[in-house]
Design a protein around this ligand. Structure first.
Ligand SMILES: [Zn+2]
Length: 130
């Protein structure tokens, strides 16, 4: 199963990153997944829970952000989002476009961890100062 190997590689990467924060617990992992990455989210979520079970990542949420397909049209000189994954035509002029700019992503966007004292850390760096 495709999603199982994806889940396994995410677990590996996140475990490696989290190792830098001793005692920290991973709360959530955010993924960027392109429309062409051929990932079935339900299946990935299932594989994620199975793969993380019994590991320090158990219970961590997996948040999937879907990225639409973006092509570059040479005729119009613009990057444009295409509606479906079947059509690679420029929405402006209708020309077939082979220059794919976005849509194949399958990467970790951020990892949310919690330090032992309970202070939440978000990879984006936003901090609550109350
Ligand atoms: Zn065009």
């Amino acid at each position: 199963m495709h999603e199982l190997s994806i889940a396994a590689s995410i677990v590996e990467a996140v475990t490696e990153t989290a190792a830098a924060y001793a005692g920290a617990r991973v709360i959530a992992v955010r993924l960027r997944v392109g429309a062409l990455a051929a990932v079935v989210e339900d299946s990935l979520q299932f594989c994620w829970s199975v793969t993380t079970e019994g590991t320090p990542l158990a219970g961590a949420a997996l948040a999937v952000r879907k990225m639409p397909v973006v092509i570059h049209c040479a005729a119009c000189g613009v990057d444009a989002e295409v509606g479906g994954v079947q059509s690679f035509r420029c929405p402006l002029c209708g020309q077939p476009a082979a220059d794919l700019r976005q849509g194949r992503e399958l990467e970790i966007e951020s990892i949310e961890i919690e330090e032992p004292e309970g202070e939440a850390l978000v990879a984006s760096g936003e901090k609550d100062r109350r």
